[in-house]
Design a protein around this ligand. Structure first.
Ligand code: 5GP
Length: 191
């Protein structure tokens, strides 16, 4: 998605060798018109699939998921992250390792929010090693829901998330795919 690649190139910054910071439009301040286009693009890309719900993980996934939900006219559910759980009975739960924070947290969705009738599009802001998405897939499996696909705003294709998710049989669509980050430059995969 050209508009998104331009925003990453012009407004993103690089931290170390692997982290892209996009606080100016996606992870802190939210560029509403860009996010609106992102939502519509997810809808276009997954229009061949039946989607009854969007599922994401707090906090970075919420804004793009909301816009995708608007474009599909379906509800959005975001999984919550907690350090550790005392009561697990009424929630689906999976332990997920955070690439940016380097800690494990329990990711939960209340059992009321999912059903075995749901066809779910998973949406997240970034794909690195696929931990967050794999955790959500596990939660959806616990609920007996169908995974319609995975929509990612920014994929770092030099990490192994896509491979991991494709090995789970998932269709992964990323709106921007970063091939490499080098010497303060971001290079995209040609689509
Ligand atoms: P994964 O779970 O695929 O290893 O990593 C994806 C998750 O980690 C996303 O939910 C996102 O919040 C965070 N993340 C991974 N890489 C980056 C990055 O380069 N920049 C930002 N802002 N978040 C990232």
């Amino acid at each position: 998605m050209e508009l998104l690649e331009k925003a990453i190139q012009e407004r993103g910054t690089i931290i170390g060798d692997t982290i892209v910071k996009v606080d100016s439009f996606l992870n802190h301040e939210l560029d509403t018109s860009l996010l609106y286009e992102i939502g519509k693009e997810f809808q276009q890309q997954f229009r061949h699939k039946r989607v009854t719900k969007i599922v994401t993980i707090e906090a970075g996934g919420i804004a793009p998921a909301l816009m995708a939900g608007l474009a599909f006219n379906v509800p959005v559910v975001y999984a919550k992250k907690q350090k550790s759980l005392t009561m697990k009975g009424d929630v689906y739960c999976e332990s997920v390792y955070s690439f940016t924070k380097q800690v494990y947290s329990d990711v939960t969705i209340s059992k009321d929010r999912l059903s075995s009738e749901d066809h779910v599009l998973i949406v997240d802001d970034f794909l690195a090693n696929g931990e967050a998405a794999a955790g959500l897939i596990s939660i959806l499996k616990q609920a007996g829901a169908e995974v319609a696909g995975i929509g990612i705003v920014i994929e770092k294709s030099f990490q192994n998330g896509r491979k991991r998710l494709e090995e789970l049989g998932m269709e992964v669509v990323s709106l921007a795919r970063i091939a490499r980050i080098g010497e303060a430059r971001i290079e995209f995969l040609k689509s």
